[in-house]
Design a protein around this ligand. Sequence first.
Ligand SMILES: Cc1ncc(COP(=O)(O)O)c(C=O)c1O
Length: 478
Amino acid sequence: MIPRGCSSALRNIAPTLGRPVRVPLRSFSTTQPASSDLDTAAFGEQHIAKGIGRLTKHVFDEGKGTFITTDKGVKLLDLTAGIGVVNLGHCHPKVSAAAAAQCSKITHAQVNIGFSSAQIALIKELIPILPHPSLDTIFFWNSGAEAVEAAVKLARAATKKPNIIVMQGSYHGRTNATASMTRSKTIYGEGHGPLMSGVFATAFPYYSQFGGASPDTPTDELVEQALLQLKLTLQQQTSPSDTAAIILEPVLGEGGYVPAPPEFLHDLRKICDENNILLIADEVQCGMGRTGHMWFMEESGVRPDILVFAKGIANGFPLSGIASSKELMDRQKPGSMGGTYAGNAVACAAATATIQAFREEQILDNVAARSKQIFSFLNDLKSSNTKAGNLIEDIRGKGLMVGVQLSNPELERDSSAQSQPQLAPKIVQECVKRNMLLLSTSVFDVLRFIPPLTISEEELSQACSIFKESLEAVAKDL
Ligand SMILES: Cc1ncc(COP(=O)(O)O)c(C=O)c1O
């Protein structure tokens, strides 16, 4: 008998229960994939999950250095580096060769079964470049979000406390736990709850997060406000005795490309030490040379208890991980960490080659030179007193992690995020029309420049010209 309230769909199949049901088999052909009459992008739209947002409909076929070529032969100047991943440019020859060689040696050296020589070789290269000597023990994962989750697991296991404090505007990933820690946009968690509990958010020293503050607000005032909010969070929302860790992106990424002032990092360290709270630096986007140092935390000299890395570490191969002290890491029970692909051998070989190439090719020198070039171009444009230049409200960042916040001065200024129609998405599309890939970021009107760190002076000048033309095209239509 069908229970009352059962859906009509269930009622329809109910009579077949207990009897064999003939399911028609789809015809299968080795030469005719589904929807083969569609062009490649249309096929992708048809068969790839809609939940993936996409900037363009280009089909990327080849990548070399700062350029991507599409299946239709269009050559695109890539100022996104695959969202801060191919820091050495697409298909860096040394990285690709190391991965190819590893493919013929061993591809899957499973870490819960034995040690992996590719992983050990990487650890030997990685530990010396980490931002603090206390970070001497590593756990590898595949993606940034997984590594953030590993950091949370370690913090909880090591302190035996449940709660995590995150920064307003933070982005830590899209898995269930990291979506709950992400506060840059609601879209990542919206409609997917319940998310992980025990997460509390506090303010980051960024003027757009404080009503009425302008880009000229002195840094010490922003830091003071952010620290006040943190102290209130610890008094009103999660007591220090329940708080395992404070996690931050030392350069707020998806929240607006805002570097944390060194004094803020020092104060966070002090608050953590006074309250037996761990400090986690998520350098997934701002690490691996992006800001001109191998890690942004180096600049302030502040020691993170746990460093999270991913993206640029293997220049396009899926690898991530956390680094911490042996004393902390050893508080986790054997078997509590690991996973089928944790620290894949091919990705590890690519990462070892990536670190070696950084050294051999003096990549950080290029970051310093190109950073000077782009900041000088943007500052000149902003002060040019042209309609386009006047749309630039703030230029910020470090190295080749550069944010440009926009605002139309002809409209009344209001600090709330959606008060003006955004210019950044329009500029991005103008750049795409001119065969350049550029991203916006955050709920505020911000563009981000994250080219490969190997970008040449000539390629960057070309990018600057395309950006200027695109900004002018948008300004003209206002
Ligand atoms: C700071 C930061 N943390 C974590 C992540 C998540 O990394 P993944 O996309 O590899 O899971 C990202 C991705 O953009 C990130 O920028």
